[in-house]
Ligand binder design. Structure first.
Ligand SMILES: Cc1ncc(COP(=O)(O)O)c(C=O)c1O
Length: 405
């Protein structure tokens, strides 16, 4: 069979999405993301993959068993459009238990195909052509793609080394009457920064002043190390204009299940649901009851998971420091940022391409999370994931000392 010879281009809004996601060269060619390139490199070389953020251990047995049971019990057909009620109730109870936020499970809770679909549906529903969306930069890569697809304008507030905290004045300057959405991510991927209450209060104030909607991506909400996670929706004046997004993948080590959720107001949920139903309609029938079991786990599960991850952060951070990197201290998430400049590696893209051969490790350059024009400011930084088994982190740390020689 011959191959298709017609003209194939990425056109219209997708071109903007692909450019936003940095998948499209200026010549219009599709290229793999740096994540795909680095994961392929890890597979080809057998290097330890500290690139992509997924755990290498299973989550709680109760949760896994509940999914097996659900399949045996026949939960294998389309669930309801909003998600099964027991999961929506578990999400509502979780918001009340941890944050004192009361949400009605039948009116303002929506189950999505991971946080990724929640972000997509929210931005596609709320952002019109030319509307501005303010995010921190570096940012999770789907934000730029979805803002591009919605034909919005992406305005960013830089996070700078060494502590990667946003400057309130720069944030103030970024939010204007053109801002439709302020999209915040806390705990933050890739920097591990946990936004403090004062900054989040400023976000709420700016949203009121400029009549913007707050969208918060809180997928690492339970993975903080000795600092408090403050959901934006818990702040005074925030509820009526906030879309809160989370997901069970990180908390329960089930990233492949893609069960996420939104809690918001009836007014905001309507348009989001209208988009969501034509993206996937529904997903993950047997995983939905299992996620409800997860969300109802005792408090000790959540504190232990964060405690274990904090010790992994310390282990890998010490290993990176010992190897000669300057290392930032993340207060949450799966990730730590290391600067290779002092070690003689000013170009993190080049370092990451050579890291498997030099040290048998794969990581991601921070430039993957910024717009091309801002790459020079982040050129020497590398993101390492520490959500891996202790032996794996120890081996990686030992191997990384080879960089010093
Ligand atoms: C900040 C952030 N948001 C969203 C996601 C996607 O979450 P999900 O796998 O639930 O779609 C990730 C996954 O890495 C993330 O780091």
């Amino acid at each position: 069979m011959g191959s298709y010879r017609g003209k194939v281009t990425v056109s219209g809004p997708w071109q903007r999405a692909a450019r936003g996601a940095m998948l499209l060269s200026d010549a219009g060619e599709l290229r793999p993301t740096i994540f795909a390139e680095m994961s392929a490199l890890a597979a080809r070389t057998g290097a330890i993959n500290l690139g992509q953020g997924f755990p290498d251990e299973d989550g709680p047995v109760e949760v896994l068993e509940a999914a097996r049971q659900a399949i045996s019990d026949g939960a294998n057909q389309y669930p309801p459009g909003l998600g099964i009620l027991p999961l929506r109730e578990a999400i509502a109870d979780h918001q009340a238990r941890f944050y004192g936020i009361e949400v009605h499970p039948e009116r303002v809770v929506l189950v999505t195909a991971g946080a990724t679909e929640a972000i997509a549906a929210t931005l596609l529903a709320l952002v019109d052509e030319g509307d501005e969306v303010v995010t921190l930069e570096p940012f999770y890569d789907s934000y730029a793609a979805m803002i591009g697809l919605a034909r919005g304008r992406h305005v960013t507030v830089p996070l700078r080394a060494p502590d990667f905290r946003p400057d309130p004045d720069e944030f103030r300057a970024a939010v204007t009457d053109r801002t439709r959405v302020i999209l915040l991510n806390t705990p933050h991927n890739p920097t591990g920064v946990v936004l403090d209450r004062a900054f989040l209060e400023l976000a709420v104030e700016l949203a009121h002043t400029h009549d913007a909607i707050l969208v918060t991506d809180e997928v690492y909400e339970h993975l903080t190390f000795g600092v408090e996670h403050v959901p934006v929706a818990s702040l005074p004046g925030a509820r009526e204009r906030t879309v809160t997004i989370s997901s069970g993948g990180k908390t329960f080590s089930t990233t492949g299940w893609k069960v996420g959720w939104i809690t918001t107001t009836p007014e905001l949920l309507g348009p989001i649901l209208a988009v969501k139903q034509f993206l996937t309609y529904v997903n993950a029938a047997p995983f939905q009851p299992a996620m409800a079991v997860g969300l109802r786990m005792p408090d000790a599960f959540f504190t232990d998971a964060a405690g274990v991850l904090a010790s992994k952060r310390d282990l890998l951070s010490a290993g990176l420091r010992n190897a000669g990197f300057d290392v930032a201290r993340p207060d949450g998430s799966y990730f730590v940022i290391a600067d290779g400049k002092e070690l003689g590696f000013p170009d993190a893209v080049e370092l990451c391409r050579r890291l498997p051969e030099l040290a048998g490790v794969v990581a991601i350059p921070l430039t993957a999370f910024v717009h091309p024009e801002h790459r020079p400011s982040y050129a020497s930084f590398v993101r390492f994931a520490f959500c891996k088994r202790v032996e794996v982190l120890k081996t990686a740390s030992n191997q990384l000392t080879a960089l010093k020689s």
